[in-house]
Design a protein around this ligand. Structure first.
Ligand SMILES: O=P(O)(O)OC[C@@H](O)[C@@H](O)c1c[nH]c2ccccc12
Length: 266
């Protein structure tokens, strides 16, 4: 369970020559009642793991799409506690790894130690905390390690190579390569520096490297995946679900995980 499950699942997909694809959804967007169904749908569509956002009133890294989804989820009364309870309720039925994305504040109010224990109980495999800098992560990292939850680190394009190397070295499960300067949100293209950045991260990381932020189409996902191991897609998925275009969600995942040309070095 936990960290080992996440790492094993991703490795298996890479061995099968797939690109990794981690869709992000906001827990409670559309109501907590549909969470189980959405997770199953994404798993059946080929998601390598699922990133589940916990809504928060002050989401500093989120662009407009995810912010709106967070507002809808908060209006539905979604809390960290409620999400963990739902995840617990269908834990046995689920095989796809689950990663929680939450800011530090909800974890503090919940209690760091209790958070790690309850994540483990509910079958959460990994955690992403975007507002916790490396210098301050000690207390949280220790508790997650005790509960065997993967602590996924985020790399930023503005960091110098020695810092990227340190972050890559620490990351568990996979390394989240934030691939734009700015907040989340669908974009048409990435800057050319992204390729060198992803290659630098690949060089220093012993876990898979996934590019996230701004990915919204199959071609983009495949292009970025040729420099790393796959992508994370949030805003586009949130929009498609919100518009009821579930078959487009499936097509995006299926198209991205099966690269046409497999001529790439790993
Ligand atoms: O929405 P985008 O541009 O596809 O980016 C992924 C992103 O939404 C998801 O991983 C995420 C949502 N909120 C975050 C905050 C920090 C880091 C990552 C995230």
């Amino acid at each position: 369970m936990g960290k080992a499950k996440l790492e094993h699942t991703l490795q298996q997909k890479l061995t099968d020559n797939q690109n990794l694809f981690v869709p992000y959804i906001m827990a409670g967007d559309g109501g907590l009642g549909i969470l189980e169904e959405r997770i199953s749908f994404l798993a059946e569509s080929g998601a390598s793991a699922i990133e589940l956002g916990i809504p928060f009133t002050d989401p500093v890294a989120d662009g407009p799409t995810i912010q709106d989804a967070g507002k809808r989820a908060l209006e539905n009364g979604t809390s960290l506690k409620a999400v963990l309870e739902i995840l617990y309720s269908f834990k046995e039925k689920r095989s796809v790894p689950i990663i929680l994305m939450t800011y530090m504040n909800p974890i503090y109010s919940y209690g760091v130690e209790q958070f790690a224990i309850d994540c483990d109980k509910s079958g959460v495999d990994g955690v992403i905390i975007p507002d916790l800098p490396m210098e301050e992560e000690g207390m949280v990292a220790d508790k997650l390690t005790e509960s065997d939850i993967a602590f996924i680190r985020l790399a930023a394009m503005t960091s110098p190579e020695h810092r990227l190397a340190e972050i890559a070295n620490r990351s568990e499960g996979f390394l989240y390569a934030v691939s734009v300067l700015g907040t989340t949100g669908a974009r048409k293209a990435h800057s050319n520096d992204v390729h060198t950045y992803l290659e630098t991260l690949k060089k220093h990381s012993s876990v898979p490297v996934l590019a996230g932020f701004g990915v919204s189409a199959v071609e983009q996902a495949r292009e970025l995946s040729s420099y790393c191991d796959g992508v994370i897609v949030g805003s586009k998925i949130v929009d498609l679900f919100n518009d009821g275009k579930t078959s487009d969600v499936r097509a995006l995942i299926e198209g991205s995980i099966h690269p046409e040309s497999k001529a790439r070095a790993r």
